[in-house]
Design a protein around this ligand. Structure first.
Ligand SMILES: *[C@@H]1O[C@H](CO)[C@@H](O)[C@H](O)[C@H]1NC(C)=O
Ligand SMILES: *[C@@H]1O[C@H](CO)[C@@H](O)[C@H](O)[C@H]1NC(C)=O
Ligand SMILES: *[C@@H]1O[C@H](CO)[C@@H](O)[C@H](O)[C@H]1NC(C)=O
Length: 370
């Protein structure tokens, strides 16, 4: 079978390109592959038919370890890959006995997302069946057919990740429909996450830098939680999202060429009283097979637009659907672009490894990182 598949692929590809077939971890970015095991580390074999390319190629699925490139900076000097509706996963099993009928935005588990370098999670939380659940619903009410699972399962997984990775920092953005008193406090406590909680009192309120990631790790302030419910900052000590984060329009309204307007709840993108900027880039209706297209060139083209809209600030969170889908480097290349701008003022993350002064970007040496 393997031989037949290889022969078929050879016939398909090598009549059109000059590429020789590669195997066993030897295939580089965008080279034609038969299976993921043929791709080099950090790449997997997938297609982007939406871009008119029928051939499977090696595409990125892991983020650069940015603290390895340059550690010790304030938290707001980094960009973090964020999954929109991280929990709304294709093929997720029903926990109510009724089939799930709603939009799906991701394709692998939240644990896989974290292990691949995702550090921001957008989670919709609802009161449901006497507990707090992750639902992708409407009208503020969770139904059996929009219910994914009790959030405690996911929060315990995040606890496991933070405990196994003592220098990693995770941010949760809650679309918050929980009305039960202290409902969120209870689930975060039960999941063992309170020990990582970044206190609201330590969050910069007027455009100052955040603590450095070194300080955050030393103090174990490694979990940032933002809620969309304004009242919970006073009642439960959960930061009100748009007091700290400027955010552009989500959905199709955030994908119009050349525009990066703020969403209604957010201050203007360039309001410098907020030290963090979040960039949404996903469509109203997520389609797994089309995500590779918009996660590629259109996303890359939007980065400088949002940079300019945010008052010459590179976004700190990049929120996407189907984060692994691209025609090459996709969301990971976009994240590298953001981090290169934030870490060293250059366009290529490899330049940042050279530790030159901020804004010095010697391109002739950048092509050969040490
Ligand atoms: C990222 O790099 C830092 C610094 O080298 C290291 O301490 C950390 O464990 C790495 N993180 C992951 C998830 O590999
Ligand atoms: C929803 O699911 C729960 C748990 O399986 C069940 O007890 C309940 O009857 C279901 N509700 C409806 C309206 O079907
Ligand atoms: C860039 O770096 C190379 C190698 O260190 C050096 O030869 C070259 O003069 C530098 N170019 C600029 C414009 O600084």
């Amino acid at each position: 079978m393997r031989f037949l598949a290889a022969a078929l692929l050879l016939a398909l590809c090598c009549l059109h390109t000059s590429q020789a077939l590669c195997f066993n971890g030897q295939c580089q970015l965008r080279q034609i592959c038969l299976r993921s095991a043929d791709c080099a580390t950090g790449l997997f074999c997938s297609t982007c038919v939406a871009n008119g390319d029928l051939l499977p190629r090696c595409h990125r699925y892991t983020a650069t370890n940015v603290t390895d490139v340059r550690g010790g900076l304030p938290f707001n000097k980094y960009a973090w890959l964020t999954t929109h509706n991280s929990f709304a996963i294709v093929g997720a099993p029903s926990h109510t006995g009724e089939p799930i009928v709603t939009f799906e935005n991701q394709e692998d588990s939240i644990m896989d997302q974290l292990n691949n370098g995702v550090r921001g999670l957008m989670l919709d939380m609802y009161d449901f069946l006497g507990d707090v659940w992750l639902c992708h619903s409407f009208g503020g009410i969770c139904y059996n057919f929009t219910a994914f699972e009790p959030v405690i399962n996911t929060l315990k997984g995040i606890e496991g990740f933070l405990s196994a990775n003592p220098t990693e920092i995770v941010t949760i953005f809650i679309e918050d429909y929980v009305r039960s008193p202290n409902g969120l406090t209870k689930v975060f406590t039960d999941a063992g996450l309170k020990k990582y909680w970044f206190p609201v009192s330590m969050m910069p309120k007027n455009g100052e830098d955040w603590p450095t990631i070194t300080e955050m790790v030393a103090k174990n302030y490694r979990l940032l939680v933002f809620t969309s419910d304004m009242t919970k900052e006073a009642s439960e000590g959960i930061a009100y999202n748009w007091r700290y984060v400027n955010e552009n329009q989500y959905g199709n309204g955030g994908m119009k060429t050349g525009q990066c307007p703020n969403r209604g709840e957010s201050a203007a993108m360039n309001a410098k009283s907020r030290s963090l900027v979040l960039m949404n880039f996903f469509r109203d209706n997520p389609v797994q097979l089309e995500a590779c297209k918009y996660n590629s060139a259109p996303l890359q083209a939007m980065l400088p637009v949002c940079y300019a809209a945010a008052g010459n600030r590179w976004p700190n969170f990049l929120a996407v659907d189907f984060y692994k889908r691209s025609d090459g480097g996709g969301t990971f290349n976009a994240l590298d672009t953001l981090n290169a701008g934030l870490l060293c003022g250059c366009s290529d993350i490899n330049v940042c490894k050279l530790n030159l002064p901020f804004g010095v970007c010697n391109t002739s040496s950048s092509t050969k990182p040490p």
